[in-house]
Design a protein around this ligand. Sequence first.
Ligand code: 5GP
Length: 121
Amino acid sequence: MKYDDNNIFAKILRGEIPCKKIYEDDYVLSFHDINPQKKIHALVIPKGKYIDLDDFNAKASDKEIVGLMKGISIVAKKLGISLDIGKGYRTLSNLSEHGGQEVPHLHFHLFGGEKVGRMVE
Ligand code: 5GP
């Protein structure tokens, strides 16, 4: 599958669509989900063009991989849900059809601000 340059997160990265930004650095952009499923629902996406986690792990540089992983923790801290200052959170990434992925640009969801419940509904 080829990366779709017109997916919604690609448009957000290009600044064509607004987002409620939480954090940005050389490797990641983070913003609030438009349809929050929990009190806090943030998204962390790599700046590179990767469809999903498998695509990312196959093609991204070590710097990009470290940048994304660390970016998740930086965002959690900014949101006050990291373990040092908050009460924890859930992070997950959906892959393709069976994973229920809607936007074909790799993203990690961060849920928190309350008990987030069962892992799989
Ligand atoms: P997925 O199902 O692909 O793992 O999750 C996609 C997420 O992107 C959904 O939680 C959905 O609410 C969110 N989303 C879709 N379009 C937009 C948008 O234009 N802006 C923001 N901030 N989130 C979006």
